[in-house]
Every structure is written in structure tokens, then in C-alpha cells.
Design a protein around this ligand. Structure first.
Ligand SMILES: *Cc1c(COP(=O)(O)O)cnc(C)c1O
Length: 437
């Protein structure tokens, strides 16, 4: 498949008379010509919706706006658009207006876990930093659907400064994830400025960028962008492919540029009913990603955001998919399947069970083929008691500043903390005890 196919020329020219190949490969042309209404989609794809459908689509757009890059639109097969994975991710469905009881506006409580503008600080050592409110394509399955198209601006330097200031004043933050919106909607200069400011902070060890540009607008990955990014190593990028069809010639070239610049690439897919809820499809997708030097990182269970009901699968579908990957294909092609906990608990991995049973001396395990096997536990294992004093330990870590707080199950397992049980807040039994006291 080449870049600027006859079909792409048609798409381009239906949006702008005489549009050329160099317009097509110019990311700013796509941003200028982003398709935002139903009529334009009809024109570009050469299809006609019924007047009833159209009324419903427009009703949906009043609540959740649409934006699609001409490039991403050109991947849709007009002859079978209703089942097209690209169409389904980009074009509104009236089902978005069905709000179910379990649905929430901000299921991950990102707004509540925000100590500074643009910052979500959920985990001990890393933060999400929203540096852009813009996206070139509005994914219909966006977890931040509540915000899509809200503010048509990028945060100004002063607002960004407040986020950077928070990171600078919070020494436990060693990993910063630039997110948004799509951070690559910012100019190279603005991004360079943010990365430079973050790099000046000594305790920031890694920066990651989450972007869907390689999927929806691969021409954004220009040589000048890449030569700027590579100055800021160690820098990681996570992208968001959901379907093998999205790995076009142009996308693969974008990935190649990033990988050649020494940027480790990961992928975060979302499990979507009607788009990719198929073990064979996800396997193909992940194998193709690995072939393009992208490591499948997470497979997300679809969040409980309003407007996503029709995309949701049961969690069992994800487990079934994982079962079809582990052992059956390269470990590199097996992502971690996660449910992002409603209420802001973070990502919870979910996986098939491999431990069948466990006795004092043996663990019984099963493999992907159904083989049931026995692992004998070591007869002599010298359990080491850890009081977090590396001086008295034979392992060669020799940390002198064991200051991290223990959290959760790790705390219960540790030798050096006396906590024996975790009890939910407002536990009735505990309250009765307090009353009795
Ligand atoms: C996903 C996420 C992270 C990063 O989690 P990793 O498991 O380290 O990739 C950090 N902060 C927030 C709020 C997140 O949602």
C-alpha cells in the first residue's frame, strides 16, 4: 500500500480542490481540514445516511462532538462502513446517548485526584500531566469523553508552569506521563519547552508521552519532531492501536522513525465491542505491533464513562483473549489486561488463573495447553528478615534511604511493618467497637 492512494486523493480533493500529495503528508493540513460534521462525512465517503439516522447523529454530536482527520477517514471502507472498525471509532452512534445506571461522568476520579492544574497524582511515584486539551481525532470510546471538545485551547505557559512547579516540589515523582488531549497537538517548540523544563528537575527520571498520532495522523511524526524528542532521553512513547487495519504504510513509517530515534514504544489498546473483541484479531494486532517494534503494554477494559455502553464487553471477554495469547504467541505480544478501577483506584490487572492448587511442598500449575504440572518448592530456603536495613543484608543493594511508605498488600507482607490487617473506612464492626469503648 502506498501513501496517497487514489482513494486518498479523492478524499483530499473532496475537502479541498486540487489538494496534493504534499498537502496530504502535511499534518497541519489535516488539522485544518478535520472533518467535524455528518454532511462532510457523507461527501467524503460518498455515502448517504437516512434522514432519521442523520437526525440522531446530529443529536449525539450536540452532546459529544466529532472530529476526524482526513487521513483516518480515508481508512474507512465506504462499501461496508457500518462494520468498519475505523468508522466505529470515529463516527458517532446514537447509542452514545444511552446512559446506564453504572455510568459515570468521571469514573476514574481524575478531576478529584488533581493537586495542581493538569496534574493527576494517583500512584506514589508518577503523575499524569495533561498538557493539551486538543486531539486531532475524537475517539468515540474516549474515557475523557466529558471533556472532548470542551476547551478549544491548549493550556498557556502560566498554567503549565503550575503543573511543572508541582512536579518540581514533589520529589517522589520520578516518572511523568504527558497526556491530554494529545500532547503532539502542541507545536514542536512548546513540547521542547515542556520537556526541557521537566528534564531540569533532578528527580524526574523518565518522561513518557501518550499519543494517538501514529494511528490517526502519522504525518505528525516528522523528522524535526523526532530530532527534538531524541534530545530528551530517556523518553518513552505509548500509542493506541486497536485494530490491525490501522497499521498502514504511513503508520508503520511513523513508528519506524520513533523507534529509530531510540524511543521505546508501547501500545495501549481498548477492548471494544464490535471493533476488536476477538482473540484472533487481538493476536494479529499485537503480532503486527511487535513486528513494528511496538510492545503491547496494556489492554484496557472499556471504562464506565457515559456514552460508552455500546462499546463495553464483559470482563470475561478480556480473560478469554488473554488465554488465547499467553503461550500461543511471543510473550512480547501479550499485554497486561487491566480494569481501571472506578472511583480512582488505578489499574487492576486481570488474568486467567494458572495456579491450580498449592500444598506445603508443591505448587500445581497449568499451562496454556492444559498440561497440569508440579513445581516442588525448595526444601531449604533461608527466609531473610527485612528491617529495611541494607547494611545487615547480604544482597548487594546497599540503599541508605529506605524512606518509601509501605502501601496495601505490600505492607501486610512486609517484615518491618506491624500492620496485620487492612480495614475499610467506616467499617460498622469497628464503629461498634469504638462506641463500646
Ligand atoms: C495509567 C496511569 C498512570 C501510569 O500507570 P503505569 O501502570 O505506570 O503505566 C499514572 N497515573 C495515572 C492517573 C494513570 O491513569
Amino acid at each position: 500500500m502506498k501513501i496517497f492512494t487514489d482513494h486518498q486523493r479523492e478524499v483530499a480533493r473532496s475537502l479541498q480542490d486540487g489538494a496534493s500529495r504534499s498537502d496530504w503528508t502535511d499534518w497541519k493540513w489535516h488539522v485544518r481540514n478535520t472533518v467535524r460534521n455528518v454532511d462532510e462525512v457523507e461527501k467524503v465517503l460518498g455515502i448517504t445516511f437516512s434522514s432519521t439516522d442523520k437526525r440522531l447523529f446530529n443529536l449525539t454530536l450536540q452532546k459529544f462532538p466529532m472530529a476526524v482527520t482526513p487521513y483516518y477517514l480515508s481508512l474507512i471502507d465506504p462499501d461496508d462502513y457500518r462494520n468498519d472498525p475505523v468508522f466505529m471509532q470515529a463516527f458517532p452512534s446514537s447509542e452514545e446517548l444511552n446512559i446506564e445506571r453504572a455510568d459515570m461522568v468521571d469514573p476514574l476520579h481524575e478531576d478529584e485526584d488533581s493537586p495542581a492544574p493538569g496534574i493527576t497524582h494517583r500512584y506514589p511515584d508518577r503523575v499524569l500531566f495533561h498538557v493539551s486539551n486538543l486531539c486531532s481525532m475524537y475517539c468515540r470510546h474516549c474515557t475523557r469523553k466529558r471533556k472532548v471538545g470542551d476547551k478549544d485551547s491548549v493550556p498557556d505557559k502560566q498554567t503549565l508552569e503550575q503543573g511543572i512547579e508541582y512536579i518540581r516540589n514533589t520529589p517522589q515523582v520520578r516518572d511523568v506521563l504527558l497526556s491530554g488531549g494529545d500532547p503532539l497537538m502542541l507545536s514542536d517548540e512548546r513540547l521542547d519547552w515542556i520537556l526541557t523544563r521537566l528534564r531540569e528537575i533532578e528527580h524526574v527520571e523518565v518522561v513518557r508521552i501518550g499519543t494517538r498520532m501514529p494511528v490517526v495522523l502519522p504525518y505528525r511524526i516528522t523528522d524535526s519532531l523526532v530530532s527534538m524528542l531524541r534530545k530528551h532521553h530517556p523518553l518513552w512513547i505509548n500509542t493506541h492501536f486497536n485494530h490491525p487495519r490501522e497499521l498502514t504504510q504511513s503508520s508503520r513509517q511513523a513508528l519506524q522513525r520513533l523507534a529509530d530515534a531510540g524511543i521505546p514504544l508501547g501500545n495501549q489498546s481498548v477492548l471494544l465491542a464490535g471493533v476488536n473483541d476477538c482473540p484472533r484479531l487481538i493476536k494479529k494486532l499485537n503480532q503486527k505491533l511487535v513486528q513494528n517494534r511496538v510492545r503491547p503494554y496494556y489492554l484496557y477494559q472499556c471504562d464506565l464513562s457515559e456514552g460508552l455502553t455500546h462499546f463495553r464487553t464483559p470482563v470475561s471477554k478480556g480473560i478469554e483473549i488473554l488465554e488465547s495469547l499467553r503461550g500461543h504467541t511471543s510473550g512480547y505480544a501479550v499485554p497486561t489486561y487491566v480494569v481501571d478501577a472506578p472511583g480512582g483506584g488505578g489499574k487492576i490487572p486481570v488474568s486467567p488463573n494458572y495456579i491450580v492448587s498449592w500444598g506445603t511442598n508443591k505448587v500445581i500449575l497449568r499451562n496454556y495447553e492444559g498440561v497440569i504440572t508440579t513445581y516442588s518448592e525448595p526444601a531449604s530456603y533461608e527466609p531473610s528478615y527485612c528491617d529495611r536495613n541494607c547494611d545487615s543484608c547480604n544482597l548487594q543493594l546497599k540503599e541508605d534511604d529506605a524512606v518509601e511508605k509501605a502501601i496495601g498488600i505490600e505492607k501486610l507482607l512486609s517484615d518491618w511493618d506491624d500492620t496485620t490487617c487492612l480495614t475499610p473506612e467506616n467499617n460498622e464492626r469497628m464503629e461498634r467497637r469504638d462506641d463500646a469503648a
